[in-house]
Design a protein around this ligand. Structure first.
Ligand code: HEC
Length: 186
């Protein structure tokens, strides 16, 4: 009896630091945080390049369109794995709430991944100049972004949407995720 208590106490002492291991926060300079921030910047640069081509602020070039769409697709596809437990909260801008809302976070990441996939497929067959059928005709609609979706609204097939429309839906997903899961820094 006595022995068992002593052993239990010893084990508790050993396990102590593990049990008490705090928080889900990353330390300063955590390479996982640095990598995902770089990945986000790359994704932002790619999205901006495509938006500027459609807005005629930058020369449209099929090869450049494809390259940007491939980058966007690769970065969006990697999103889910870039926010492991233990890397959330300050000094990163990733909110600790991601840990409590994994299904929602991952659904958003998969949603943007599907859209980016469809955009990359289109960019792989991009014509020499932007054609009318690549352009969006009305406001972006697929039942809205994932979070703002009307209940029961059917999800349109991304493969059937014009490239510009896909881009706008992708940008909505960036905003949806940031407004929920990214700490405002200023
Ligand atoms: C599923 C959620 C999610 C999606 C989708 C998402 N982001 Fe982010 N983004 C985050 C989070 C969380 C952070 C904060 C990361 C950190 O500081 O560790 C972030 C940070 C950023 C940053 C700042 C990076 C830095 O240097 O600190 C930029 C820029 C960015 N995102 C752009 C985008 C763009 C552009 C898109 C869409 C094409 C996008 N994000 C889509 C969650 C998301």
């Amino acid at each position: 009896m006595r022995v068992r208590v002593v052993v239990a106490a010893a084990m508790l002492a050993l396990a102590g630091p593990l049990i008490l291991a705090p928080s889900s926060a990353a330390g300063p300079g955590d390479p996982v945080v640095a990598a995902r921030q770089a990945s986000m910047k790359e994704m932002a640069a790619a999205a901006r390049a495509i938006a500027e081509m459609f807005d005629r602020k930058r020369a449209y070039e099929p090869a450049a369109f494809k390259q940007a769409a491939d980058t966007l697709n690769a970065r969006a596809g990697a999103l889910i794995g870039e926010f492991p437990h233990g890397t959330l909260g300050a000094p990163s801008a990733a909110m600790p709430e991601i840990d409590d809302a994994r299904p929602e976070f991952e659904a958003l990441a998969r949603h943007i991944g599907r859209l980016a996939d469809a955009l990359a497929a289109k960019a792989g067959n991009a014509p020499a100049a932007i054609t009318a059928d690549m352009r969006m005709t009305g406001p972006p609609m697929d039942g809205g972004s994932l979070l703002g979706k009307r209940p029961g609204a059917a999800e349109a097939d991304p493969a059937k949407m014009p490239a510009e429309h896909l881009l706008h839906l992708i940008l909505q997903d960036c905003t949806s995720c940031h407004s929920k899961f990214r700490r405002k820094t200023e």
